[in-house]
Design a binder for this molecule. Structure first.
Ligand SMILES: NC(=O)c1ccc[n+]([C@@H]2O[C@H](COP(=O)([O-])OP(=O)(O)OC[C@H]3O[C@@H](n4cnc5c(N)ncnc54)[C@H](O)[C@@H]3O)[C@@H](O)[C@H]2O)c1
Length: 243
């Protein structure tokens, strides 16, 4: 149960983030901020949560922009009074072989995936330290093991692990845990961009011969956000069907 806890989920307008918002609502979170760069998607998810009786607000924000993140965090604290749980889920791909990669493709992925996590952690960490409680869950990826075309993406997802390990050690005494969830191939809009022949090869090499479902990733995130995970800190949990 997440009773009494106020959560922020970035990239919650679709995919794993939206599934996490629904899972948090089922666990009776006191309030959920549905953050996304796409305002309409965020509002649609927030409305759906409110219809189930959950207190939810949509917050339009580009996580790569520090000023937008600071303003969004201030608005959420004004609305909810505090932030207990932060899920850094917003992420993008710009897949291309490294020898063809442009500076734009490199920088876009670094700025959203890594910069977004930095901006949100920076915006909430002092509040969590002051209140002596926090749960931060960062969405890494199984791609850190290397998938052709993903040098930029894998670099961000591996960096998140080092960041998580370090912030976990810095923050534990203040009642804050920091962990990573690393999904394997999961059935969302992001994965819909993968070419068919790559998808077939992925499915064949997976022991379960299927993609993960967003809800299956959300279940692990929800566990990490809960009291049941109180002694779990600085970990990287691969959720990929055993690949
Ligand atoms: N789907 C997979 O196979 C997979 C595998 C491993 C890791 N992941 C990670 O899980 C997370 C969620 O992935 P998903 O598959 O649900 O993605 P998705 O593309 O389905 O949804 C991502 C959401 O993030 C939002 N977003 C994108 N850029 C943003 C920005 N700058 N600011 C705010 N919001 C932004 C999008 O609008 C979208 O609603 C990502 O961090 C991704 O890297 C996904």
């Amino acid at each position: 149960m997440l009773s009494g806890k106020f959560a922020v989920i970035t990239g919650a307008g679709a995919g794993i983030g939206a599934a996490t918002a629904r899972a948090f609502a089922k666990e009776r979170a006191a309030g959920i901020a549905v953050v996304d760069i796409r305002e309409e998607q965020a509002e649609a998810v927030a409305r759906e949560l409110r219809e189930t009786g959950c207190r939810a607000i949509a917050v339009a924000c580009n996580v790569a922009k520090a000023d937008e993140v600071r303003a969004a965090a201030a608005r959420i604290v004004q609305e909810f009074g505090r932030i207990d749980i932060l899920v850094n889920n917003a992420g993008i791909t710009r897949d291309v072989m490294f020898h063809k990669m442009t500076d734009e493709q490199w920088n876009a992925v670094i700025n959203v995936n890594l910069g977004g996590m930095y901006n949100w952690c920076r915006a909430v960490i002092n509040g969590m330290r002051d209140q002596g409680y926090g749960r931060i869950i960062n969405l890494s990826s199984g791609s850190v093991r290397g998938i052709p075309g993903q040098c930029n993406y894998a670099a961000t997802k591996a960096a998140m692990i080092g960041f998580t390990n370090t912030l976990a050690k810095e923050s534990a005494r203040k009642g804050i845990t920091v962990n990573c969830v690393a999904p394997g191939a999961t059935d969302t809009e992001m994965y819909a961009q993968v070419p068919d022949h790559v998808l077939q090869a992925m499915l064949e090499s997976n022991p379960m011969h299927r993609l993960g479902r967003p809800e299956e990733i959300a279940n692990v995130i929800t566990f990490l956000a809960s009291e049941r995970a109180s002694y779990l800190n600085g970990q990287w949990i691969l959720v990929n069907g055993g690949k």
